[in-house]
Design a protein around this ligand. Structure first.
Ligand code: ADP
Length: 256
């Protein structure tokens, strides 16, 4: 097509056109970076007072327990639940800004998977307590991975299982050795996901739009972060699901 139109002025126009596209992409990338820096900064600022608030709630709770003041204990447990929810959301936003800036660094240590799973089940009770949680033990498998990041993946998947299913429905956490990797699965009896949504589920900010999901709060970044973390470990993450019948999210982590 250059030869059809010929001439320098057309060549200049074409090269201007392409450099325009390159500029657009660079500008967009810079805007994305600025946005994720801003999100990171704001989340960090919000985290400090919330962490202090959590500590004061704990202190008051100890005092109320000594006084055997059941009304205050009840009220504080509600405050504690909301503060933890907010901290979870802020942690997700902080991680998102890190992931978008290409900053997921792994700090690997050896740890027993069963212990981590039990801790995560305890830690998320404030979201999952109305469910019947079944944990299939991992036979004390030891893995070499970033413990905090694998914890984030488990917290996200477990809280999603609770968020997108009926209260009192069962949630099962399973574990299986697959060659040189461990496969962890989280199964719920919840809403399930349609095939067209499954394809986009792990993209940033993707949320399923339906009558049921519009009442459930979220940013659509939990699964994106899970997939970034799992891939950084050299593992895979996917979902097996049928609309109306529940979902099983699975991910693998190489043992070493
Ligand atoms: P969020 O839950 O904050 O919206 P996620 O990235 O964790 O963000 O999930 C993306 C979307 O995937 C959710 O909005 C929801 O529609 C769908 N989803 C995630 N987990 C489940 C699940 N266990 N069952 C049904 N849908 C789910």
């Amino acid at each position: 097509w250059l030869s059809v139109t010929g001439g320098f002025s057309n060549q200049d126009a074409i090269s201007n056109y392409f450099s325009g596209i390159v500029m657009d992409i660079t500008e967009q990338k810079q805007n994305d970076l600025r946005r994720s820096k801003f999100i990171g900064m704001v989340s960090h600022e919000l985290k400090t007072p919330l962490t202090a608030l959590k500590a004061y709630v704990q202190m008051l709770n100890n005092w109320a327990k000594k006084q055997k003041d059941s009304f205050t204990i009840g009220a504080l447990s509600k405050v504690d639940k909301q503060v933890r929810k907010m901290l979870n959301m802020i942690n997700s936003l902080l991680n998102l800004s890190g992931a978008e800036a290409g900053k997921i660094h792994l700090n690997k240590t050896e740890f027993i998977l069963d212990q981590l799973i039990n801790e995560v089940v305890e830690e998320t009770l404030f979201i999952t307590s109305s469910h019947n949680i079944v944990v299939v033990p991992c036979d004390m498998i030891t893995i070499n991975a970033d413990r905090d990041k694998i914890e984030q993946v488990l917290v996200n998947l477990l809280s999603n299982a609770a968020k997108y299913s009926d209260k009192a429905s069962p949630i099962e956490i399973g574990c299986a050795l697959k060659g040189e990797a461990v496969e962890i699965s989280i199964t719920d009896d919840g809403l399930g996901i349609a095939p067209e949504d499954i394809a986009k589920l792990f993209l940033p900010h993707y949320r399923v739009e339906s009558k049921e999901t519009e009442k459930i709060a979220g940013f659509g970044i939990g699964l994106y972060l899970c997939s970034e973390i799992v891939q950084k470990h050299g593992g895979k993450i996917w979902v097996e699901s049928e609309l109306g019948k529940g979902s099983t999210f699975k991910f693998t982590v190489p043992l070493n």
